[in-house]
Design a protein around this ligand. Structure first.
Ligand code: FES
Length: 176
């Protein structure tokens, strides 16, 4: 008897390919983003998985930063009006994972998008400000997310998840 197809059961070789791609994406992205070390909590706080506070005030419009929460990359995008307008002009019913932009951001803080930066296909790290939708591009297999982090094209089945967070002031969020 032959064994089952590997399509449904990723092989070790598949895993290594994905892991390498993710590392490359992180390395490339890290060079582009400002290093805002004071925003990150100390290592023991991260390890404990505690909520983290992030000061948004240094993030210019059109800029993205990445922080880590519970070992996951979190992208925080200070969206331009153009990006917000594009996200809201989409026919939601046409999306693979239908969700309004309003449901993915906080009312009164529409300029801020906060998403977990892990591709919903096989877990690579998408690159911000890349791709056809003014959002995120995953280099591993070509998934494209829009400026709301919603999947628009490629094999990923779902939108980039929004982590639990809240605004504790106009310029500070708490993630977790
Ligand atoms: S991991 Fe396959 S497209 Fe992102």
């Amino acid at each position: 008897m032959t064994t089952a197809s590997s399509a449904d059961h990723p092989t070790r070789r598949d895993f290594l390919f994905v892991a390498t791609g993710a590392a490359a994406a992180v390395g490339g992205a890290a060079a582009l983003w400002p290093f805002i070390s004071q925003m990150n909590p100390d290592a023991s706080t991260i390890a404990a998985g505690a909520p983290i506070d992030v000061d948004l005030s240094p993030i210019a419009e059109g800029q993205d930063i990445k922080v880590f929460w519970r070992g996951k990359p979190i992208y925080i995008s200070h969206r331009t009006k153009k990006q917000i307008d594009e996200a809201r002009a989409v026919n939601v019913a046409s999306l693979p994972d239908p969700q309004t932009d309003e449901a993915r951001v906080k009312a009164g803080h529409e300029q801020w998008l906060v998403v977990i930066g892990i591709c919903t296909h096989l877990g690579c790290i998408p690159i911000a400000h890349e791709g056809n939708y003014d959002g995120f591009f995953c280099p591993c297999h070509g998934s494209q997310y829009d400026s709301s982090g919603r999947i628009r094209q490629g094999p990923a089945p779902a939108n980039l998840p929004v982590p639990p967070y809240q605004f504790v002031s106009d310029t500070k969020i708490q993630i977790g």
